[in-house]
Design a protein around this ligand. Structure first.
Ligand code: URA
Length: 212
């Protein structure tokens, strides 16, 4: 299931800035961080809550509590998703963090897993926020979700947080793992022959880290 961030004038303005190839790195980092903040809040809005009554200075308020930070795990698909981790950890300092490196095998063109470090109790987490700013073919995302499921994570507890995706990537994830929810900022129309999203924004990691 894909949940697309509401296209408010603010969201459109932030996207306009990061899609502009003339944006400075400072503008790119600031505006993408702001979008990631909105996306993570949207992802959290889909997690189960529990009733919580608190005392205000003037009375009682029957409210809700989100799962505690340490019961959540953020999994960063290296390298680009590390751009999203700073925002996630500023919002939830006690969240546990896993890192996964997946690269396309030049010979087979298939994604292969090169490195993974995940919390040992990941299967018991209330939810896993899988982070990757660009969902293009979906190969890395599917490979990473396969690993999480092998480690005992229920796919229904995975929320994939993404800045820009395209139909092909969304379909690949939905076909392999229909229970995974995808929270995205935009669904772009196509991939080009180099598997970049069009119009997209280019290479997210390069623009964020200044390696372009
Ligand atoms: N990764 C990127 O950084 N950009 C794309 O368009 C596709 C994958």
């Amino acid at each position: 299931m894909a949940i697309v961030l509401r296209d408010t004038p603010l969201v459109r303005a932030l996207f306009t800035r990061i899609r502009d190839k003339e944006a400075s790195r400072e503008q790119f980092v600031t505006c993408s961080d702001r979008l990631v903040h909105l996306l993570v809040e949207e992802a959290l809005a889909h997690l189960p809550t529990s009733p919580l009554t608190v005392a205000t200075p003037c009375g009682a308020f029957d409210g809700l509590a989100l799962p505690a930070d340490h019961t959540l795990c953020a999994v960063s698909i290296l390298r680009a998703a590390d751009c999203m981790l700073g925002v996630v950890r500023a919002m939830m300092p006690s969240i546990t963090v896993g890192k996964v490196l997946i690269q396309r095998d030049e010979a087979t063109a298939l994604p292969s897993l090169l490195y993974a470090k995940l919390p040992p109790d990941i299967a018991a987490k209330a939810a896993v926020l899988l982070l990757d700013p660009m969902l293009a073919t979906g190969g890395s995302a599917v490979k990473c979700i396969e690993l999480l499921v092998e480690r005992g994570v229920d796919p229904a507890k995975i929320v994939f947080v993404n800045v820009v995706c395209c139909g092909e990537g969304l379909e690949a994830v939905a076909k392999a793992f229909p229970q995974v929810r995808v929270v995205t900022g935009a669904i772009d129309p196509i991939l080009n022959e180099s598997k970049y999203i069009v119009p997209g924004l280019g290479d997210f990691g390069d623009r964020y880290f200044g390696t372009d």
